[in-house]
Structure formats: C-alpha cells, structure tokens
Ligand binder design. Structure first.
Ligand code: M6R
Length: 616
C-alpha cells in the first residue's frame, strides 16, 4: 500500500503535503514525492526520491518547489518496479501537464502501456501508474476537464486503485478516484484535503468525507463534488474524526510502537466502554444481525491475516467454549481459494485493524457472494472492510501508526471476547451470572495490563542479555499457543531474526530437534486450574530445558511449580486461561521492541513491510 495526500487552499501546498506524508509514512517508505501546480509558470513542479521521506526533504532543501497552493504527494510501498527515483511517484504525462499519484495495482496496465507506446508515447518508469498519467493527460489535451478525464480513464482501468491528479492548466482543483483502495476527504475552512488516512490532515480538520467504491471526487478551496465513474452525481459519507493530533504523535516515546504498547490499558478500557450494562449483560447494539439470525448460526469462520489471524485463533477457544458453536479460523489469503462450505447460517468474522487488507476484503466479498453473513472487527472507522460487511464491532484502539500491531491486537481480543459472550447470551449457552463474572474480569484487565507494563524494565533487561541470539522459539498451549505465534511474529518483523511459535505439545513431534545449548525459548505458562494444561506445559518446559535450552517463562504470580525449570521468569497477574493472552503478549511486544531498538532497527518502519497490505 502507499500513502497519498492532495491539497487545495491558501497555504503552501508543499508544506501541507510533506507534513501529511510524514503522518502516512507508515503506509510505505520505499520512496516519496510531491508535485504542485506552479501557477505563475503554468507548469507542474515536482520532486521525488527513493527511500524515506527524509531523502525527499533533503532534496527539496530550504528553497523547495515554487510557491503553490495546489498539490499532491505520495509515499510508496513498491509493487511494480524497483524502489528507485524513476519509479517513485508522482508520475507525469508525456508533456508534463498532468501529475498523478496512485495507491493499488492497475491490473491491465501492460495492455494499456503497449497501446500507448504504439501511439508513440514514451513511458520512463516500470510502474503501472504511469499509464494513468499519460491517459489522463491525453484526455485533458483533447478538451476534457480533469474530472471528466478521470471518469473516462477510470472506466478503462482494472484492479485496485486510488488515483489523484493535478493539471497545470487547471490550477485550483485536485481530482481523485477510488476503487478498492482507501481515500478520505478533509473539509477545512477555505481549504480541502485528500488522503489515504485522516492522520494526514487531522491537524487541520476533523471534518471528513469517506469516498465509496468507483467514485470520483473533485476538491477545490470551496468544497467537494462527488461523481460516479459514469459521471453521475453521487455522495460520500460524512463523519467527524473522534481522535485528535496528539493521538497520532509520539508523545515523548522513541517509537510509535512503544507508545502504543503503553497505551494498551486505555485502549482495552475504551474498547469495553458502553458494551455492557452495570449488571454485566452484553449490549452490542452495533451488531446489526438480528438475535434470531444469531440463534440460527451453525458455524463461525474467522478470517484474517497476520496478527489479526492470531487474535482469531484466540477467538476460536472463547467462541467454542462459551457458545458451543463450531468455529474455524482461516488465513484470509487461503480462504476463498479452497471452496469453503458456506451457507446463510454461517457467520464469517473478519478481523482487520486497518480495514483495508486486500486478502481479507476479497475473502469477505467471496463469503457474501455465498450468502454467509459477515461481521467485521475493525479499528478504522469508515474503512472498506466494515463498509462491505453486514455488521461491525469497532475496536477503540485509536490510530495505530507502528507497523507492528500491538494495541490493535489487544483490542481485537477484547472484541472477540465480547462477541463470544454476546452470542452466549443470545443463545443461552451461558447463564447471565457466568457472563457477568467474565465481563467483570475483562473490566479488570486494564489495571492488570498496566501492572505488566510497570515491569517493563525487567523485560528490557532480558532483551539486553539475549540480544546476540539469532534464533528464539516460543511455546504455548491452548490460548497461549496463539500468543506464542504472535510473540514470534513480533520478533521476526522487528528484529529480523529466526523466531518460531509452537504448540508446546507438538514440540516432541519434530521441532524439538531445533533445541540446542543456550537457545532462548519463551514459554507461555497457562494459569494453574482444574484442567491438565499447566502440568502438560510444565512437561514441555522440562523437555526443552533438559536439552540445553534457556527457558524464559511467562507465568502467573504465585506459580512456584515453574521456578525450578525457569531460567528467567516474567510474572503475570492471575487471570483465567481464556483471558491470559491479553497479558501474556505484552512482555513479548516489549521484548521485540527493545531487541529491535538495541539492534539499531527502525522499529516503526521495519524493512519490506507496510502497515496494511492493500494488494493480494
Ligand atoms: O490491518 P490488518 O489487521 O488486516 O493487517 C493484518 C496484517 O497485515 C497485520 O496484522 C501484520 O501482520 C502486522 N504487521 C503484524 O504486526
């Protein structure tokens, strides 16, 4: 995915755009570029550089581009073409009259490119985007205004795209189009913004307009006009952003990720707010699926990617235990390609922090085409996934800027627990007082998470002592197994070292061969309960310790049984097994963040990654 900004208003466009790109850099940082309409010269002025935004800023220097009040900008996550200066956006038409930035993939670009080249156009980049610049410029040169040109060109494009364009001969407007990629408009006082994410303009306005599928939007200083690709008048969805700039700033932390880890007590509390009565009955008014329909559900399939998938794995334990509804969890990228069995009584739960992930979106579309009901769990108000679902439970994590998901994950877990309990309530599979007890325990979680965070120095010390290891394993059982997977993912994506999570019971079936002297193994120890989980986990820990591993155990406060087998212990407050992931993952997040910091990596923008992946 990429980040896009557009601006028309009284300020210096370059400044507004570069500032907006800074807030969108989490979306991709392979290159950055800006183009403005130099009205005095009647030309487009632009600059673009491979690498992070800092490279572009350096190139712009003190003088920057000519003074201008209309412009566009882009920060890239490369799909077509290497991340170099030439492939960076904006791209210009043949006469450099039109400039375009693009997020997504134009699937039929090769055929369009060949046709253009046969007509004598010379395209200089390897990108799919450049064809759009040439097509738009040809249309305006033939007499269309930029809006009609955009409508016409989009009708010829296939794939997913947000396109934003300026025309040097039409200096007071920016025109954009949206299909399958995000785009929001910010409506200020005498100025208007376009961006992939409200973070880009939240400093200037919280008045936002979300664009729908296949819409074209024309912004001027005075406002906004929305049309369809067929040129028919249309409308966006107006909303007011309910968070402010401070939520999108680092607030004294070295990394957004670290700040977001420490925001988790608040994020979890916010995600519980207003979702149950004082006596612990669930009230999920936002679930727009009737109680009768929920009673008829005979199967749940959770679909998601990455960290959200691991939240889904925890959800399975809660859903099946509390509701007795069979629940499968599947990677969204695999789901629709295996001909899954779906009926109108299947509930598909799609989990996505960003609400933009293409794999998840395509899986949702497939599920709905098979008449299944889709409920989204999402953190991004107004994004595509909740819009295309039958119902949504929003997590209230606030903006998550660090590429590695942290508070997004914890609040997804909360939403999953709430959904499972709500289903149990509606279907009568748990008594009201049982549900109220779990809800009370959930309400205590923010203070427990805070307690774990208060011990962060001990985890940082672990990171310092294990910084030289090139391989780390993670073991868990039951709800602790997805925590092990998530701990390993955090370490892989941030520290770039070999890290793997295993179900502790599975270890002896093969992976135990990996154990060698001194290998660090994180062990998520389940709470001691009436079941056998704790004892079985203890056996697994003994097995790896006997083979020379260093055991780093996450265990509840007074778990003395673990002490003889643990080389290191991080203590967790006592909670029930199903809710323990909310606590156990926190030290693993802190460990990965600190280890990556010690290794000198960019924690917020790990190599090769982007915050949400809007291509399949
Ligand atoms: O926005 P989504 O929750 O749909 O994103 C899914 C994954 O791409 C995401 O969780 C990814 O794995 C993160 N980098 C994990 O930290």
């Amino acid at each position: 995915m990429c980040g896009i900004v557009g601006y028309v208003g009284p300020r210096q466009a370059q400044d507004v755009i570069v500032e907006g790109l800074r807030r969108l850099e989490y979306r991709g940082y392979d290159s950055a570029g800006v183009a403005v309409v130099d009205e005095a010269a009647g030309l487009i002025a632009s600059d673009k550089r491979a690498g992070k935004l800092a490279n572009l800023e350096k190139a712009l220097g003190v003088d920057g581009l000519p003074a201008a009040t209309t412009g566009i900008g882009h920060t890239r996550w490369a799909t077509h073409g290497a991340p170099n200066d030439v492939n960076a956006h904006p791209h210009l038409g043949a006469e450099a009259r039109v400039a375009v930035v693009h997020n997504g993939i134009i699937e039929n670009f090769a055929a369009l490119r060949t046709a253009l080249e046969n007509e004598g156009h010379r395209l200089v980049s390897e990108t799919d985007t450049e064809v759009a610049a040439h097509l738009l410029e040809r249309a305006v040169a033939d007499g269309a205004d930029l809006t009609s040109a955009m409508e016409e060109v989009c009708g010829r494009l296939e794939g997913a795209f947000t396109l934003v364009a300026i025309d040097s001969q039409d200096p007071d407007r920016v025109v954009a189009a949206r299909r399958n990629s995000p785009l929001v408009v910010g409506m200020g006082d005498g100025e208007t913004f376009l961006a992939s994410d409200v973070a880009a303009f939240i400093e200037h306005t919280r008045d936002a307009l979300e664009l729908g599928q296949d819409q074209v939007v024309t912004i001027t200083r005075d406002g906004v006009e929305v049309t369809t690709f067929d040129g028919e008048p249309s409308e966006g969805l107006h909303y007011v952003v309910d968070w402010d700039l401070s939520a999108a700033e680092k607030g004294g932390y070295d990394w957004f990720m670290r700040k977001e880890i420490f925001e988790q007590p608040r994020a979890v509390a916010d995600s519980l707010l207003g979702r149950h009565t004082e006596d612990g009955a669930l009230q999920l008014d936002e679930v727009r699926i009737t109680e009768d329909e929920l009673r008829d559900i005979d199967k749940i399939i959770v679909i998601a990617c990455g960290t959200s998938f691991y939240a889904g794995l925890v959800a399975k334990y809660a859903i099946e235990h509390w509701t007795r509804i069979p629940c499968e969890v599947e990677l969204a990228s695999e789901f629709r390609y295996r001909d899954p069995i779906l009926t109108r009584d299947t509930l598909v739960v799609a989990i996505s922090q960003s609400g933009e992930t293409a794999d998840t979106l395509m899986a949702i579309r497939y599920a709905r085409s098979q008449r299944a009901k889709v409920l989204a769990i999402c953190n991004s108000n107004g994004s595509t996934i909740p819009r295309e679902s039958d119902a949504v439970i929003y997590t209230h994590a606030g903006p998550e800027i660090g590429v590695a998901s942290t508070k997004g994950y914890l609040t997804q877990l909360v939403a999953c627990y709430l959904l499972a309990l709500y289903l149990a309530q509606v279907r009568g599979t748990r008594f009201g007082d049982e549900i109220a007890t779990i809800v009370r325990e959930l309400e205590e979680m923010p203070q427990h998470i805070q307690h774990v965070l208060d011990g962060s120095d001990a985890v940082y010390d672990l990171a310092r002592r294990y910084v030289d290891h090139r391989s780390v394993l993670f073991l868990g059982r039951h709800a602790g197994y997805p925590v092990a997977l998530e701990g390993a993912l955090k370490l892989k994506e941030l520290a770039y070292i070999h890290a793997e999570g295993f179900a502790a019971g599975e270890l002896k079936h093969g992976p135990i061969a990996l154990i060698e002297e001194g290998l660090p193994v994180f062990c998520v120890v389940p709470p001691r309960g009436r079941d056998q989980l704790h004892a079985k986990m203890l056996s697994g820990i003994q097995e790896v310790k006997a083979r020379g591993a260093r055991t780093l155990c996450l265990a509840e406060e007074d778990d003395d049984a673990i002490t003889p087998y643990a080389d290191e212990i991080v203590r967790l407050p006592k909670v029930s097994t199903l809710l323990q992931p909310l606590l156990a993952v926190v030290p693993l997040q802190l460990f990965a963040c600190e280890l990556a910091t010690l290794l000198g990596h960019d924690v917020d923008q790990p190599r090769n990654l982007a915050k949400s992946v809007t291509v399949e």
